[in-house]
Write a new protein. Structure first.
Length: 260
């Protein structure tokens, strides 16, 4: 089949646009791990296409608290990436105002509904850690976990919530944890838990929990490496079907090299 010069030109333009979209999306991700006092945070992100619908960020706030969020919009590809940019822009407008996580996700819900896009919504988690009290407040809406790693092992936190962008009457709960030195939390999108192998088995929450059970008090970057490697091994010979993103928050001294 003969390919016309026009078709080649259109294809080249699409590739250039995707490359530019990829560059813009990478700018919305943290440039490096965060170190703030006894807090260490790292992330990993692997889109299924050139660009994806998962998003995340972490940051210090004016009162000394540390915040983070992670999200997963419906759909894939460029359209999902554009909606993710809308969600990130909304969150960045409120995330440093020191509002409780439940209030932040309620604001995200309202603003996504005002700028509603058919069949689009965004699961999300938002957390704030206060180093003065060692308390972490977490609100979750349609996301797996998070996973709480402590000296007692790994516990999956059950925090109900409707993904923002679906219903105006949605309400959000906040779970509060008092962390001990050495504790960590893993926040991840369902691209990890819903990864499938060639037998149509999902990676599942239990496998993530098992990995975390044996990874208490290791650097965040190492925990992320182990999880992404385990998912890659599990899904061998099957194409990735969803974006994968994760954030690890660690509080206190590490028992191995003190790195992110």
């Amino acid at each position: 089949m003969t390919v016309s010069l026009l078709e080649l030109g259109i294809e080249k333009l699409r590739e250039e646009e995707l490359e530019e979209a990829r560059a813009i999306q990478s700018m919305m991700l943290p440039r490096e791990p965060l170190r703030a006092g006894a807090v260490r945070i790292s992330h990993a992100f692997q889109p299924v296409a050139a660009v994806g619908g998962d998003f995340l960020d972490y940051f210090e706030m004016s009162d000394g608290s540390v915040g983070l969020y992670l999200g997963d919009v419906s759909g894939k590809g460029l359209a999902a990436a554009m909606y993710a940019a809308l969600a990130v822009g909304t969150l960045r407008g409120v995330h440093k105002t020191n509002q409780p996580p439940s209030t932040v996700l309620a604001s995200l819900n309202r603003r996504l509904l005002v700028r509603g896009v058919p069949r689009r919504y965004s699961a999300a988690q938002y957390a704030v850690f206060d180093p003065r009290t060692a308390e972490m407040q977490i609100t979750s809406a349609g996301m797996p976990g998070p996973f709480y790693l402590s000296a007692e092992g790994c516990r999956v936190l059950q925090i109900p919530g409707i993904p923002p962008g679906l219903f105006p009457e949605a309400e959000y709960e906040t779970a509060t944890l008092t962390l001990q030195p050495g504790d960590s939390l893993l926040f991840c999108t369902d691209g990890i838990t819903d990864a499938f192998n060639i037998r149509d088995e999902s990676f599942g929450i239990s496998r993530v929990q098992a990995l975390c059970e044996h990874a208490v008090r290791i650097p965040p970057s190492e925990l992320l490496r182990r999880i992404f490697a385990a998912v890659a091994t599990f899904t061998q010979h099957r194409d990735q079907h969803d974006d994968i993103a994760a954030v690890v928050f660690h509080y206190g001294l590490l028992t191995t090299h003190d790195r992110a």
